[in-house]
Design a protein around this ligand. Sequence first.
Ligand SMILES: *Cc1c(COP(=O)(O)O)cnc(C)c1O
Length: 425
Amino acid sequence: MAATQKTRLALEGGQPSLSSPLPPMYPGGLRIDEEEEQAVLEVLRSRRLFRYYGPSPGPSKVAALEKAYSEYAGVRHCVAVTSGTAALICALVGLGIGPGDEVIVPAYTWMATASAVVAVGAVPILAEVDASLTLDPGALRRKISPYTRAVIPVHMRGAPCRMREILAVAREHGLKVLEDAAQANGASFGQAKVGSMGDAGAFSLQFNKIITSGEGGLVTTNDDSVEERILMYKDVVGGQRNNLPPERILMGVNYRMPELLGAVALVQLRRLDRLLGDMRYRKQTLKSNIAPALDRRGGQFRTINDAEGDAAVALIFYLPEAASAQRVAAALEAEGVGAMVLYSPENVDYHVYAHWAPIMNRRTWSEAASPWKNHGRDITYSIDTCPRTLDLLSRAVHIDVSPDLTNTQVEEMTEAIHKVMRLAL
Ligand SMILES: *Cc1c(COP(=O)(O)O)cnc(C)c1O
């Protein structure tokens, strides 16, 4: 009886392959322990909750985080802000992007990438991703117009973009490059850390990301003048605080990171390399375990542009058809392996452009300030804007690779995938 239950899909009444629930995908979040507690207590006990002053002088946690991160990423400057979206907005402002400009973004990314472009008054232009699920350099080239000023390659689901080609196209056309590394903290391409290759990089420390302070963001740049502009923008008095002459100071708002977040993020940064190692080991094991079975079914792993640089947060494979991908994901889900297909028309998911209702419908807070209304040419979006992206995503089965998977869980996941590949296609 055990044998028949093991060869029947859980979806059809068999015994699920997973004997315990898998850990939720909060890699850094689940490793919060006494060190984060201690760091937060230090800040509370000092009563210095604000970066620039408090009753006790002492060093700033946020300043220490910026210094540690710029060393980690190998960049000249890092500026801490309140979210990944804030990091993108500050970076765009730092790069001088604004009304009248077009910024090319991939059709597969968290909608915040496109929202940040609109927030600075520019128009997002959607471009196809390739089988790596990151921006296709050929598509980038085809989307360039006389209005294009910048491109935002997004290192999606932990994996680096084809940076060499993207940088070459950008250089050829005088475009600024802003790397959105919100989902790929610590990843690299050809030894260079993400966020260190373009004109600027943006990271998120939101709870779902690799390392976290609940909310938070970081901007990286090697360009002194970009950093100076960001310092002025992320703080109403940033210009004065950084001793810039009044005639140079540009208007700023407030995206300053609080000390309590800086304290947590600084501890989390020390955990990053261990987290990456744990995810990489588990992903590699799963991949080699299931490669022959996937191959027999005509499936293919997502292309990884630099296997060593992959942050390895996710295992993604394509099946020949959307319908089989849906069946496999549903069957895996029943086995206890959290699996999803990356695009389904009926499941609203703000990672896929087709579901970005406010962008697709060009809805902004003020008609007069609509970047589309004031633009030099008419830009509209439809479900047909990036068909290749939708085709890839609709055939892509996604499985989280938690750094906390036990050996038993990795074995049971392997067993589940084998069973499903045998029976559910
Ligand atoms: C999470 C995310 C953001 C936004 O970060 P927040 O901290 O949530 O504002 C931007 N881009 C990508 C690709 C993301 O995954």
